[in-house]
Design a protein around this ligand. Sequence first.
Ligand code: SF4
Length: 319
Amino acid sequence: MTRFETIFGPIPSRRFGTSLGIDLSPGVKQCNFDCLYCELAPARPVDHIENPPSVEKVVTELEAALREHPQVDVVTLTANGEPTLYPCLDELIDRIEAMKKGYKTLVLSNASTIHDPKIREALARLDTVKLSFDCATESCFKKLDRPHPSIRLAPIVEGIETFRKRYDGELILEILMVRGINDKESEIEALNALLPSFGADRIDLGSVDRPPAYPVEGLDYHELLAIARRFDPALPVHVVSRHPEKPNKGRYSDEEILATLAKRPLTREDIETLMDNASIGRFERLLAKGEISTKRAGRLIFYGTGFDRQKSKKRGRHS
Ligand code: SF4
């Protein structure tokens, strides 16, 4: 394969399909955060990308990569850092959208610039926008994400709410849990109070699963699931765990299955982790009888019992 400076992949992703990535800060980390859990080396936060690749270079390399890999599901805007710091983002997104054929477009952002109307306008042209949102309090945000001194949490919150009102595409939030920081009771309560106002199509709840920049500890699948159950059941929370966990394989009666799904919609992977084979059989029968319903969020299917209630709640919020 040709060596590209700004294009990488394709990379198989369970949540987005086969992705071709665009790196807008190739070679060096340039981010306005310095998260404790970053998989890149620690670096002082910056407020712009130095020596960015030209739009022409990115587009030329993307065209060449797509000729080699015409079957990709998604083209992902990302960076060794924060892609929305790229100075020609608007023009680049225009060019990528104009050449789009048969694949979707996605950005992975830390949400730091979503308060800026120009950034919102640019991102709104993409099919999927995935924003990190780890903390609902300023002190937690400063401690965990270690932003550039010019960045505050309140404009990010307002920016996400404003963006959701005008954005028809798929909005995904990602919360990364770090032990002793945002997994505290008070922080979970603050997140739970704020998350409904974002109207996200999906909320991915994950933890540290690659060597972090600083010595922090992650949570395992079962701890994440316990936290997910404490959130409002109307929130489309999806527990993400890259490593297959030891399955629970517990025994669930019909009533227990329905009560569990009423509290927290689950994916099939969650169900196969939690339940033994007989319980999975009972789950299938309840599904066939229509007592369990499904809801699609991107490539994931959630099984639950309260989706009608969630739909009306969501309409009310954004109408
Ligand atoms: S926002 Fe992403 S790239 Fe930037 S420091 Fe945090 S984890 Fe690393």
